[in-house]
Design a protein around this ligand. Structure first.
Ligand code: TRP
Ligand code: ZN
Length: 470
């Protein structure tokens, strides 16, 4: 994080240089290099410019005994400019070769950037296929806030989690939430292990080589931070919600008994969410319960959130489920918009309580304002430390103001506009940006337009104001 400010200063200079280069070669038909980052306010090098990915096909072969991953990524993307070269984000691992449209491509690596130079420039508007063959022992990353992400190994397996940038430790890609794509993730593991990923299990085959292959299919757009691959001796149970959404739960055997009561409520929660927020955005639902001690937090990985051991209470399961609408279907445009994920998911917990005989959302709001931890444990977690739409730095994007004060913003809107308009807004937001990306500015404009209320004071005080609101 020490380079945080630098790329912002360096970027215009790079752009100027590129302009000169293009002018010199007279290159209107020729491609130019795609940008090496999308200049996210917190993670400027995350993602890459010049193309949008449509589909990732990841073929992974993993052996928990030695921790070695063999991978082949076929990335189908559309060029948004003529490209003489383009970048993928990849951390660690050894790249064995890169092809673009079936032809060998030159490549080099600096930091977490894999730069690919195809034999021929890719023309603007063209759909092109990049194949990267890679291998090695993936390594976890430690974020600015001290949390670990990426490829996390445990005693008997591993899990890939990628919020905000850890997915680059296990596959090359355009690792920024603004570029969502469909995925097919195939995982080969030694017999006796399960391999779990997002979406639907297309097939599971026992090979003659003593390995089992699992083919997972995610047709709906997915931000790469929500991709997961989990390997271990999991206990799998399947079912359906009352309205027919397929449920796939993979639970670490030692966590099975403790997980049962909370996971049993997942089908009912999916139905409840569909009533409150509109149709469940994905074809499948479920959960992965990791062996305790593997990871320090839960993550809303698409369709199957991962839990760091048996989920202790139903609020956590509800929170990760709510992210399927808020975060996964409606995804942030940049990491500055994280409160749109966490504020909504926290607010969903309050609504669940309100609908199930617990404190109302207003009571949660009042408890936070008063510092009353009897009603809301998070009341003294420091929700007033900074405004939710403006975290001071990358180490703050998962801090309390993003969650609790983010939820308080929503309650303030509800107070201003009343229940009918408020729930119309929430459902409209999920519907109008379904499977897309949205920013804080998109939300504030939408809220005012949809409700017909001037909400400037709410934004100034609750969303952007530095002082603790009263
Ligand atoms: N976004 C996750 C959730 O709300 C939690 C999470 C992911 C997190 N990474 C983190 C929390 C790092 C603290 C630190 O379910
Ligand atoms: Zn969350």
């Amino acid at each position: 994080m020490e380079h945080r400010a630098l790329p912002r200063l360096a970027a215009p200079a790079v752009a100027a240089l590129l302009a000169v280069t293009t002018a010199c070669t007279g290159g209107t038909v020729q491609g130019r290099p795609g940008a090496s980052g999308l200049r996210d306010p917190y993670f400027p090098k995350a993602g890459n410019g010049g193309y949008q990915v449509e589909h990732y096909a990841l073929d992974l072969d993993y052996d928990p005994a030695d921790g070695v991953l063999h991978g082949r990524a076929v990335i189908t993307a559309r060029a948004e400019q003529g490209l003489s070269s383009f970048n993928l984000d990849l951390s660690g691992l050894h790249v064995e070769g890169v092809d673009v449209d079936g032809e060998g491509a030159r490549f080099n690596r600096t930091g977490n950037e894999l730069t690919v130079r195809p034999a021929d420039d890719v023309k603007k508007g063209r759909v092109f296929r990049t194949e990267v063959v890679y291998s090695g022992r993936p390594k976890a990353l430690t974020d600015a806030d001290g949390s670990r992400e990426g490829w996390i190994t445990g005693e008997a397996g591993a899990v890939g989690v990628g919020e905000p940038v850890g997915s680059m430790t296990w596959f090359p890609g355009n690792h920024h939430p603004s570029d969502k794509a469909a995925y097919d993730i195939t995982i080969r593991v030694p017999r006796g292990y399960e391999a779990v990923s997002n979406g639907e299990l297309r097939f599971r085959t026992e090979g003659a080589d003593g390995r089992t292959q699992f083919a997972w299919h995610s047709p709906e757009p997915m931000a790469s931070y929500l991709a997961t691959a989990v390997v271990g001796p999991y206990k799998v149970t399947t079912g359906r919600t009352p309205s027919g959404v397929a449920v796939y739960n993979a639970v670490s055997p030692e966590e099975a008994a403790a997980s049962e009561p909370t996971l049993a409520r997942l089908p009912e929660m999916v139905e409840w969410g569909s009533g409150r927020f509109g149709p469940y955005p994905f074809g499948t639902a479920g959960a992965v319960v990791l062996p305790a001690g593997t990871l320090a937090y839960a993550l809303e990985t698409q369709t199957k959130p991962v839990y760091p051991g048996a989920p202790g209470d139903e609020s956590l399961v509800l929170h990760e489920l709510a992210h399927q609408w808020f975060g996964n279907s409606v995804s942030p445009k940049s990491w500055k918009d994280m409160w749109l994920n966490e504020g909504f998911a926290t607010y969903a917990e309050w609504l669940w309580d309100e609908d199930h005989g617990g404190p109302t959302a207003q009571e949660h709001f009042d408890a936070l304002l008063a510092g009353d931890t009897d009603v809301d444990e998070a009341a003294d977690a420091g929700w007033d430390a900074f405004p939710p739409a403006d975290p001071p730095g990358p180490e703050d994007i998962s801090a309390s103001p993003v969650y609790q004060r983010g939820a308080m913003v929503l309650q303030r809107i509800r107070q201003e506009v009343g229940d009918e308009k408020f729930f119309g807004l929430v459902r409209g937001w999920a519907a109008d940006h379904r499977h897309g990306n949205a920013s804080t500015a998109d939300f504030t404009a939408y809220a005012e337009e949809r409700t017909g209320h001037d909400l400037k004071k709410v934004w100034d005080v609750w969303l952007y104001g530095k002082a603790r609101p009263k």
